[in-house]
Ligand binder design. Structure first.
Ligand code: 5AD
Length: 449
């Protein structure tokens, strides 16, 4: 059987989709190749959220094609995911070496498409249609696959696909389609299976998880479908920690805030994308909340979980953003005191309303504003991480540190990375460490005996 190499760009949802495709191919007898240089099938799972992500994947495919086609003409090259969805056939027109384009509702058909190509039934395949029920198809995991040394201790579970929010800057509703949620029974069954395989921490994934089940599952006792799902997953014996991403601020009703108080397995950490601190820009973005409401959510979360780890996404240089608007973003960052923030320069995306709005901000100004918020975010982050030194923290040890494999890496419940010198016996363990030192968005720990 052929071997496959999948390279993933973009978010955790993309990572999860790639994992599901890989697991599905392994189940059909494929092996996982260690690199594109030796694989019989090379798939790039792509991101469209900013132009840079698209250019990276296209450049990569150009390099692979130039290299592979000379020596191994039979290698199958494919694009999957968001850019595959939004560009479709145009990708093959631009890069004729590409054989396969798999859209975001067709991941689960990848093995069939490869079959058709290998058997010669079809030469080129572009499949980007909508498919009913595809949201339930991202469920296979590589529990003990070729890439893992030990069974993984953290698992990611897709609970919904798509987004109906239509923020004016965002391409996701066009690449991921309408919101579609899996059934609670399916999700809980998948979580149970992961826990049976040794997983202790589960992250529930979706483009807008807080909208989970909105259309199909009625609120009960004032609890949204999403909070009902959290409660159902919380029941699973042996599961220690629950996280989720990405939520929308409008999903932080009283029920979700209260869940942080009532569900001990729900980790006190939240990634709540603010995007900007300016009410005028929030409105133009179609975000559906005000600056005051956003800061109220932050206060409510800190009231129930004072140590909660809070992170956010910020866009600078949205069309029409003035110095005053930008000052509001800086002051929001200051007031909210995020543990970390992901900062983006606005990137016009095709077919989105903001791309054709007047007063596009020049690149040089975006660059300047980016640097100014970054400075602020780093200063706050440094201080908040330094505050942890001298404290104890429970970490779940995930594996070797990426940069220095001699060290182990774990995460605190508040989602801060802790590095420490440990051994194989620590792998997969929930343990308490003393925090001895803080670096840039990293803590260093000492096993506390
Ligand atoms: N330009 C810049 N950043 C964007 N994001 C989404 N669309 C764009 C865009 N057009 C950012 C948002 C989102 C994160 C995943 O990417 O901050 O929360």
């Amino acid at each position: 059987m052929p071997s496959v190499f999948i390279k993933t760009y973009g978010c955790q949802m993309n990572e999860r989709d790639s994992e599901a495709v890989a697991a599905q191919l392994v189940a059909k007898g494929y092996s996982l190749a260690p690199s594109e240089a030796v694989a019989d099938v090379v798939l790039l799972n792509t991101c469209s959220v900013r132009d840079m992500a698209e250019q990276k994947a296209i450049g990569k495919m150009q390099n692979i094609a130039a290299d592979v086609r000379r020596h191994r003409p039979d290698v199958v090259l494919g694009f999957m995911g968001c850019m595959a969805q939004s560009r479709g056939q145009r990708l093959i027109d631009q890069l004729p070496d590409v054989d396969l384009v798999v859209g975001t509702q067709k991941f689960h058909r990848t093995a069939d498409y490869l079959d058709e190509i290998f058997s010669g039934r079809r030469e080129k395949i572009v499949e980007t249609g909508a498919e009913q029920g595809s949201e339930g198809a991202i469920k296979e995991h590589i529990l003990n696959g070729a890439r893992q040394h030990a069974a993984p201790v953290t698992g990611f579970v897709s609970i919904m696909q798509g987004c109906n929010q239509y923020c004016t800057f965002c391409i996701v509703p066009y690449t991921r389609g309408e919101e579609r949620s899996r059934t609670m029974a399916d999700i809980v069954a998948e979580c149970r299976e992961l826990v049976r395989g040794g997983v202790k921490e589960i992250t529930l994934l979706g483009q807008i998880v807080t909208s989970y089940g909105k259309r199909d599952i009625p609120a009960r006792d004032g609890k949204s479908a999403f909070v009902q799902l959290l409660e159902a997953v919380h029941e699973i014996e042996g599961l220690e920690r629950i996280r989720f991403t990405s939520p929308h601020p409008k999903g932080y009703g009283a029920d979700l805030v209260e869940a942080y108080a009532l569900l001990p397995k729900l980790c006190p950490s939240a990634h709540v994308p603010a995007q900007t601190g300016s009410d005028r820009i929030l409105k133009a973005m179609h975000r559906g909340y005000t600056r005051a409401r956003y800061l109220e959510i932050v206060r409510q979360l800190r009231r129930v979980q004072p140590a909660i780890g809070l992170t956010t996404d910020i866009i600078v240089g949205f069309p029409g953003e003035t110095e005053e608007d930008f000052a509001e973003t800086l002051s929001l960052v200051d007031e909210a005191q995020f543990d970390n923030a992901y900062l983006f320069k606005y990137s016009p995306r095709r077919d989105t309303p903001a791309a054709t709005m007047p007063d596009q901000v020049p690149d040089a100004l975006k660059e300047q504003r980016h640097a100014r918020v970054l400075e602020e975010v780093n200063a706050i982050g440094l201080r908040r991480y330094a505050e942890q030194v001298g404290r104890k923290a429970e970490i779940l040890v995930e594996g070797p540190s990426k940069k220095n494999p001699a060290r182990l890496m774990g995460r605190t419940r508040c989602n801060k990375i802790v590095l420490f010198d440990g051994g194989p016996r620590h792998l997969g363990q929930l343990m308490v460490v003393n925090i001895t030192r803080a670096g840039s968005f990293t803590l260093y720990g000492d096993p506390a005996g």
